[in-house]
Write a protein that binds this ligand. Structure first.
Ligand code: KIV
Length: 283
């Protein structure tokens, strides 16, 4: 496809100072809409766990669930780069398990994978890159680490922690990740990291100075209950759904839907025959 977004396109965008847009999608119609709107990266996020599957965190999400959603998204995305988010325990146990699972994402239609963590997963990331699988890094408030972090708290709030995050970001860049998600860190830290890397940074709750921005689609469309400080609601589709469903309910109960306008009609002569037969009790 012409203008297909690749990892090279993203590097070129950073070089030109052009902002990159990434959104999550978990299904075919959303992927198609985002793609047509011009979003450069579609992330099949493990946020599918909280957002769509009703889990209280991303930790229970399985590879099977991620692959199911990745296949649907890949069918809808023609131009955007599709990134599959590696779920908890799909890469942590060993390099070989990480490579095999990353490969399953590629076979399902993803063009890259995202891995949470820095130095502790460097070996895993290198093994995936050696297998020819592009990897997006993810540092800061990495949700698969919440039990170790003690909850969803902003990370890298001290100068020392900021320096350590920058060191990890540089290490990921050195390994060869094509891009880096920065989540839940002060804008000053995101700015420092962005200015010190050649690869593009994509921020979420990381302020305005990243090379790109990502939001969870359901959060920005008003389809989820949670509204963290960094989420801007661009629509309130939740309210619109509630209104539409209430109207359907009322019209069905009152016999106002469906009218003949929404019904199929027999040819007139067949309807007449049917009516006559009915009179003659011809059944
Ligand atoms: O799973 C997800 O949606 C993510 C984004 C928030 C970056 O990892």
């Amino acid at each position: 496809m012409e203008n297909k977004i690749t990892t090279t396109t993203l590097a070129e965008m950073k070089a030109r100072g052009e902002k990159i847009c990434m959104l999550t999608a978990y299904d075919y119609p959303s992927a198609r809409l985002l793609d047509e709107a011009g979003v450069e990266i579609i992330l099949v996020g493990d946020s599918v766990g909280n957002v769509l599957l009703g889990y209280s965190s991303t930790l229970p999400v399985t590879m099977e669930e991620m692959l199911h959603h990745t296949r649907a998204v890949a069918r809808g995305a023609k131009r955007a780069l599709v990134v599959g988010d590696m779920p908890f325990l799909s890469y942590q146990p060993s390099d070989s398990e990480g490579v095999l699972n990353a490969g399953r994402f590629i076979k399902a239609g993803a063009e890259a994978v995202k891995v949470e963590g820095g130095a502790s997963v460097a070996g895993r990331i290198k093994a995936m890159l050696d297998a020819g699988i592009p990897v997006m890094g993810h540092l800061g408030l990495t949700p698969q680490w919440i039990h170790q972090f003690g909850g969803y708290r902003v990370r890298a709030k001290t100068a020392e922690a900021a320096k350590s995050l920058l060191r990890e970001a540089k290490e990921l860049e050195r390994l060869g990740v094509f891009s880096l998600v920065l989540e839940g860190i002060p804008w000053q830290v995101a700015k420092l990291v962005t200015e010190n890397l050649k690869i593009p940074t994509i921020g979420i709750g990381a302020g305005p100075y990243c090379d790109g921005q990502v939001l969870v689609l359901h959060d920005m469309l008003g389809l989820s209950d949670r509204v963290p400080k960094f989420v801007k609601r661009y629509a309130n589709l939740g309210e619109e759904m509630r209104r539409a469903v209430s109207e359907f309910l009322r019209e069905v109960k009152e016999g106002k839907f469906p009218t003949r306008e929404f019904s199929y009609e027999m040819p007139a002569e067949e309807a007449e025959k049917l009516e006559k037969g009915q009179e003659a009790e011809d059944f």
